[in-house]
Design a protein around this ligand. Structure first.
Ligand SMILES: Cc1cc2nc3c(=O)[nH]c(=O)nc-3n(C[C@H](O)[C@H](O)[C@H](O)COP(=O)(O)OP(=O)(O)OC[C@H]3O[C@@H](n4cnc5c(N)ncnc54)[C@H](O)[C@@H]3O)c2cc1C
Length: 596
């Protein structure tokens, strides 16, 4: 049975020593969150993830969700109780607005707790995750009445939420959507249509499910300019929030799918269902996109989470499994063979994953901090800078962390040899679960296009210029520091190649947009590698400072070793990405469509 131990030591290192959250103690949500409180919350969250959610991960995979004849959906054994536990202990309201019943703690802390939940049980974590997404959309676009009515119940976990965008003929291209909304005399709308692939669409874990549905009001303009967003509850509610009458909302079927079996992925039918408009007519996508930008951090995190839990189990196996002898002589002389962790190729796989996980976590937390700064800083310049970083880096977090996170799960499975292919060992589930994160919330190819087509050039490229200047300043500050040289050299190399890639895109992407399209995923990975290099350099600086001050915690030496591995073995991938980017559209587009 696979295990999971929450990496709280690494989390505390990032929150307290690298990002130094205590610097922000005067900001609203940080006032309450001193180091002791943060640590206590992390430890409690770790217990919940390890003791309650981890054992249910396999259960969820094996049992899946079942749609009953009456249209209800039964979730895997134990999920309901785990959800009750989550609700009763206030986990869903941790980092949301106190005005609506939340605890108002920093988003970065909520994200760290979410990491544990999602590593322990990704399918389960999606029920509260989707609720958070739906509540976010209401908080962005809803009226004060809607916020007061829905948010406290959703933050308390009494009601859950979903996001309904996809229809059978429209996924990426939402302009094609057909679900109809017909205005009623009382100001409400009747919603009719079918949505597919709706995560957490039906289940019995909450008193009501608040579906956020994209639909087209009668006579609205065609395409994306005619899409509105509606709140459509599973049960109609009176002004006190009491629920009884059904609302024409039903689950037509649930999908049989590759992974995340414990999450109900539903075909949802809306049949004259009463809906409330959020925001203005035909402006629904605007609200949805702001919300989705945040949700993408959560999906990027899912890639990291599966990579982390797969790594932890691969390490246990590599220490346990005896096969062959070390190339440099036996390391387990009294045993029949050495543990496979002695073999450099097994080490390569483990170090690839480890160096990504720790660097990726730093990148993710750094961006979550930008979100808090954008929300809470009184300084307009700080808010602007943080907002720029969020815009530029969100597609990278989503695309890069899930692409590499999935590849890492495959590598961790490889460490198990044939046993990795056998369900009993659990590695197959990590691979299967991780795969969806590359696809939903905007497929990764679309993230890359968003990056090179929109985000890079926003505000005259200000975000990239700012992060480049920050990196240059860091490198200059550490010039002459021999111990930092492997890190600053690796970082300068990555940043230099990224700059060449950016220049190439500027010179060639406008004249032929296919040049940008063909190289967009490579560019997204280049920015990902550069950001992880920067994070590693910053982590190395902290570790070296500790070691120089006499701290002999091996955690710090391990950090340096892992960071040097990243610089030596992962950063060179950026050269391959640059070469592919610079080869342009020609090799990709030359073959005629009918010759495939
Ligand atoms: C398990 C699961 C859960 C999901 N949960 C939800 C949910 O809760 N709510 C919801 O609304 N949806 C959900 N989805 C739907 C998901 O978001 C979509 O599947 C996804 O957005 C892709 O849409 P699509 O499947 O129609 O693929 P398509 O849009 O048909 O794309 C197919 C391929 O073509 C590429 N492509 C498409 N257009 C372009 C372009 N212009 N340029 C370059 N490449 C392009 C894409 O990158 C992709 O690789 C879920 C899906 C699954 C499988």
């Amino acid at each position: 049975m696979p295990t999971y131990t929450a990496p709280t030591r690494d989390m505390k290192f990032l929150l307290h020593e690298v990002l130094e959250l205590s610097r922000f103690e005067t900001l609203d949500s940080f006032k309450e969150a001193d180091a002791d409180m943060i640590d206590a919350i992390l430890e409690e969250s770790a217990k919940f993830a390890q003791d309650v959610l981890t054992p249910l991960n396999r259960v969820g995979d094996e049992h899946g969700c079942v749609r009953n004849d009456d249209g209800s959906v039964t979730t895997p054994p134990g999920f309901h109780e785990a959800f009750d536990h989550m609700r009763e202990n206030g986990w869903m309201g941790l980092a949301v607005d106190p005005q609506y019943g939340g605890q108002g703690l920093p988003g970065i802390l909520g994200l760290a707790c979410g990491e544990m939940t999602s590593s322990a049980n990704m399918a389960f974590a999606m029920y509260p995750g989707l609720t958070g997404g739906a509540a976010k959309a209401i908080s962005i676009g809803g009226s004060e009445t809607q916020k007061n009515f829905y948010l406290p119940r959703m933050y308390a976990g009494e009601w859950t939420g979903t996001m309904n965008l996809t229809e059978s003929h429209c996924g990426t291209d939402l302009g094609l959507l057909k679900t109809k909304a017909i205005p009623q005399a009382d100001g409400s709308y009747k919603i009719t249509g079918q949505k597919i692939f709706i995560s957490a669409g039906e289940h019995g874990m909450s008193d009501n499910i608040i579906h956020l549905v994209l639909a087209r009001i009668e006579d609205a303009p065609a395409g994306v300019k005619g899409i509105s967003l509606f709140i459509v509850p599973k049960f109609k509610v009176d002004e006190n929030g009491s629920t009884s009458e059904t609302n024409g909302v039903s689950c037509g079927s649930i999908e049989k799918k590759m992974g995340i079996h414990g999450n109900s992925t539903c075909v949802m039918n809306y049949d004259d269902s009463v809906g409330e408009l959020i925001g203005d007519e035909n402006k629904g996508l605007r609200v949805m996109f702001v919300m989705m930008n945040e949700a993408r951090l959560g999906v990027g995190m899912q890639g990291l989470c599966q990579s982390e839990v797969a790594y932890q189990n691969a390490v246990i196996y590599a220490n346990d499994r005896l096969q062959g002898r070390s190339l440099t002589g036996p390391k387990n002389e009294n045993g029949p063979a050495d543990p496979i962790i002695v073999h450099p190729d097994v080490r390569r796989m483990l170090m690839d994953i480890r160096s990504f996980n720790e660097g990726g976590r730093a990148f993710l937390y750094w961006l979550a901090l930008q979100e808090d700064l954008e929300k809470y800083s009184p300084d307009e310049k700080v808010r602007e800078r943080a907002d720029d970083f969020l815009g530029l880096m969100t597609p990278v977090i989503k695309g890069y962390l899930t692409d590499i996170g999935f590849a890492n799960c495959v590598n961790a499975q490889q460490v198990y040899g044939g046993h990795g292919f056998i369900e009993e060992w659990g590695m197959s589930q990590f691979v299967r679960d991780a795969r969806i994160a590359q696809i939903y919330e905007g497929a990764n190819g679309i993230q890359a296009l968003d990056l090179v087509g929109r985000k890079l050039a926003r505000n005259g490229g200000r975000a990239l210029m700012n992060i480049s200047a920050e990196i240059d300043a860091f490198v200059a500050e550490n010039e002459g520091n021999e111990a930092m040289k492997p890190f600053t050299d690796g970082l300068s190399n990555a940043k230099g190649k990224l700059q060449m890639g950016t220049m190439w895109l500027m010179q060639n992407g406008m004249s032929n947009p296919d040049n940008a399209g063909a190289g967009s995923v490579d560019y997204m990975h280049m920015l990902g590698i550069t950001m992880l290099s920067y994070m590693w350099a910053r982590m190395a600086k902290v570790a070296l400072t500790k070691i120089e001050a006499g701290d002999d915690d091996p955690f710090y030496t391990d950090k340096l070793i892992t960071g040097k591995y990243f610089m030596a073995r992962i950063v060179p991938n950026i050269d391959a990405h640059l070469a592919k980017l610079q080869s342009g559209a020609e090799p990709v587009m030359a073959l005629a469509a009918d010759r495939f």
